[in-house]
Design a protein around this ligand. Structure first.
Ligand code: URA
Length: 210
């Protein structure tokens, strides 16, 4: 059940005036139990002016320790995928998560934890104002699009989102680490198709022909 303090918290979360204001609030957030086991609140990496945003699930152990999202094995693979199409991981993309604190044992965050953190993600989407958003894996897809279809059905297609942005669902890099095949039709092969499409759209937005 939501108590009054939590309700107040949720109200506050929706009224940030800019990203810095949100970062300050998030770093001291104690709205859910994840604050008890976290080392760091993990907010983002990359460029707040980027046209491309990638949203994952939640920080893992390395991310929690370093205070940076996708700092572990899955993140290394994500970077490799982006770099394979010359998407610069520092300048061309802003990377964040549905929830900002690690869930013990890397379990999936509960609906209540997601709800408590929603104001932070909303502020990121509002102030970064990306043109393209990639939702990596089921937790991101279900919570941003309220879509419960399996990822194999929804991945790889652009959908219109708020404020002129478009969203594409992609496989989570952790899933790709568990599915190593590169055969035609495999998750890694499909990711390769998706990231080339993302690069094409990003170049079109940047007016580039390369
Ligand atoms: N690290 C993150 O920051 N997000 C994920 O979804 C997985 C690992």
């Amino acid at each position: 059940m939501t108590n009054v303090a939590e309700q107040l918290n949720l109200t506050e979360l929706s009224s940030f005036r800019n990203l810095d204001e949100m970062y300050v609030a998030a770093k001291v957030c104690r709205a859910c139990n994840l604050c008890k086991s976290r080392t760091n609140v993990v907010l983002f990496r990359g460029n707040p002016q980027a046209k491309l945003m990638i949203i994952g699930e939640a920080p893992g152990q390395n991310d929690d320790e370093q205070g940076v999202p996708f700092a572990g094995r899955a993140g290394k693979l994500l970077d490799k995928i982006l770099e394979s199409v010359k998407i610069d991981t520092e300048n061309d993309v802003y990377i964040c998560n549905i929830v900002k604190c690690r869930a013990p044992g890397n379990r999936v965050p509960t609906p209540q934890e997601v709800a408590q953190c929603k104001g932070f993600l909303d502020a990121q989407i509002q102030f970064v104002a990306p043109k393209l958003i990639l939702l990596a894996g089921n937790t991101a897809i279900q919570n941003v699009l309220q879509n419960k279809n399996p990822i194999s059905k929804v991945r790889g297609k652009w959908c219109d989102y708020k404020n002129g942005a478009r969203v594409m669902c992609i496989f989570h890099p952790s899933y790709l680490l568990r599915n190593d095949s590169r055969e035609v039709g495999s998750p890694k092969w499909l990711m390769w198709q998706d990231i080339q499409e993302v690069k094409k759209e990003l170049d079109a937005l940047n007016g580039s022909t390369t």
